[in-house]
Design a protein around this ligand. Structure first.
Ligand SMILES: Cc1cc2nc3c(=O)[nH]c(=O)nc-3n(C[C@H](O)[C@H](O)[C@H](O)COP(=O)(O)OP(=O)(O)OC[C@H]3O[C@@H](n4cnc5c(N)ncnc54)[C@H](O)[C@@H]3O)c2cc1C
Length: 265
């Protein structure tokens, strides 16, 4: 199995449980936590998040299925976190979808229509009240939905890697450089040798073309978040608002912002 992000870790865990007598080898080019699964914004969202649809919800029949799947995903994730004692600041504190410009405000109105269509709860928060939530006057309006869960993604993904079943072996800092597909076995070459596997699962996200798939149709882009220094107590008091929150831009090309607890994971 190639790639130890959320996909590879989940697939390795489930395969190992389904086939307890087999050995699962999971190889990761970097250290676990350094890729997108560890450096994302940490929203485990319940609602459909279809940025291709004007109301973020899209087709209602599909949206209902996505909602159920996402909620099942949240439950499974919570079970893993609790069973393995993963300290990743998992908190069910919902999310703010926030807007500054006219385009974003129009998206919020459309999103509200989508949520009505899906019969999901929300709260539209105006400019005057927003500082009590986010401690800033920057946004003009926000749509709060209560079902999102926030995590510290790097701590989560590292915790999931540390708690893999015994029949999974994880090799970090092992980029696969070449692949030879055979009839009943595949040989993967890395800098220190090769791995021969009866079956190969690719969980390498946008790097599938290195393995011969979707040639010329994917362009990996690295867009990581940045973390401020820890705010002093005086700065936190001046900021105000809730101690823990996450805001997604209404306009998909805006910036996601989070306020996290002072204790680092
Ligand atoms: C800035 C940012 C913010 C995001 N915020 C959120 C969010 O809040 N909520 C959310 O749900 N999603 C978010 N996402 C999306 C989410 O991070 C991805 O959907 C998720 O990480 C995909 O997981 P994955 O395991 O499929 O792929 P990845 O996390 O990309 O893992 C693939 C792994 O494969 C490895 N790999 C690739 N090629 C090779 C090779 N040749 N040999 C060995 N290993 C290889 C890579 O090193 C990588 O670690 C965000 C993404 C970004 C970039």
């Amino acid at each position: 199995m190639v790639g130890a992000g959320f996909t590879g870790l989940a697939a390795a865990r489930q395969l190992a449980l389904n086939f307890p007598d087999d050995e699962v080898v999971l190889v990761e080019a970097q250290e676990v936590g350094l890729g997108p699964s560890g450096r994302n914004a940490g929203f485990a969202i319940d609602l459909p998040h279809d940025i291709g649809a004007p109301d973020y919800i899209g087709d209602i029949a599909v949206a209902k299925i996505v909602l159920k799947l996402n909620m099942a995903g949240q439950t499974l994730l919570r079970q893993q976190v609790e069973a393995n004692g993963i300290d990743c600041q998992m908190t069910a504190c919902g999310k703010y979808q926030a807007a500054v410009e006219e385009r974003g405000l129009a998206v919020l109105d459309a999103y509200r229509g989508g949520l009505d269509k899906l019969e999901q709860p929300y709260q539209m928060i105006g400019e005057q009240e927003l500082p009590q939530h986010l401690g800033t006057h920057f946004y003009r309006r926000a749509l709060y939905t209560p079902g999102a869960v926030l995590v510290q993604p790097s701590a989560l993904v590292k915790g999931l890697a540390d708690s893999l079943p015994a029949n999974v072996t994880l090799y970090e800092r092992t980029p696969i450089l070449d692949v030879d597909y055979g009839y009943d076995r595949t040989v993967l070459t890395h800098a220190g040798g090769s791995i021969t596997a009866r079956r190969l699962v690719l969980a390498d996200d946008s790097f599938g073309q290195h393995f011969g798939f979707l040639q010329g149709r994917m362009l990996p882009i690295f867009t990581y978040g940045s973390i401020t220094r820890q705010l002093t107590e005086e700065e936190q008091a001046r900021l105000g608002g809730k101690p823990y929150w996450g805001a997604i831009p209404a306009d998909p090309f805006g910036t996601t912002v989070r306020r996290t607890p002072t204790t680092a994971c």
